[in-house]
Design a protein around this ligand. Sequence first.
Ligand code: ZN
Length: 300
Amino acid sequence: MTRPIGYITNPLVRHSAERDPEALANAAKDPMSALVLLAGDHPILQAGEPGTGLLPISALGRLPSHKEQVFLGTLQDRPVIATLASPETAELFQDDPAYTVTDLRSIAVRGLVPAEELGILAMAKSMLDWHNRHRFCANCGAPTEAAQAGFRRDCAACGAQHFPRTDPVVIMLVTRGDKCLMGRQPRFPEKMYSCLAGFLEPGETIEDAVRRETFEEAGVRVGGIRYMASQPWPFPSNIMIGCHAEAISEEINFDREELEDARWFTKDEVRQMLEGTHEHFAAPSPIAIANHLIREWMKG
Ligand SMILES: [Zn+2]
């Protein structure tokens, strides 16, 4: 069975129109509330088969202190609060067999929580990371304070309001007939090749970003582009915009600063890469949208 793309399922009702100070305070007081707890950028999970990242709110009592909190929304009417604690907080949980402390990528790859919780954990991680990195006003430099149940930071000195960011990244499987183009970055796991990708720039369309990045990274020209799906990628706060792109040139001239290699793969090679039977090459992880862009193309 094909695993779903990681982090794309988020069953929370966000209540975005009701994010007032009371929403967070009331949820924090409600003994039925669920707690998503991050020690630095590591979620604390209750161990199990599978485990869960939704802890009872009483788990807050184990902490000597905590930082920002965000009211994420409700799950079947149960309020869910994300709470940021210091990285050292992990020590309170990691020797207790009732808990698992690991990074969010490993949680997805190892399937440590139900798939529908991955989207909630991704949302919590991106929101708390944003709070952690935006303590000062980008306009005047004064300290800012969380507002709107954690979905805004306000500057009392100049009145500026700051909102959480999401950075768009285009990721594309470039194809030509029955071949597809993939590249390898030096930081990739051994043998792995994946779709080309890059940040969308201000004033740029998704289509233009796909064409520009493909040419910059591989020297290949792209014509038609088709959007397939998107994926929140909480490292720290990207949205991956998955596309299929049709090459109109074939010669590869790859950017050696970005890539270790780029090449065309036949469907036969890609089949073996997905099965894990190719001697030299491997496909990206099933949690990544790249894997699904490849599988969709293989069906055609
Ligand atoms: Zn300010």
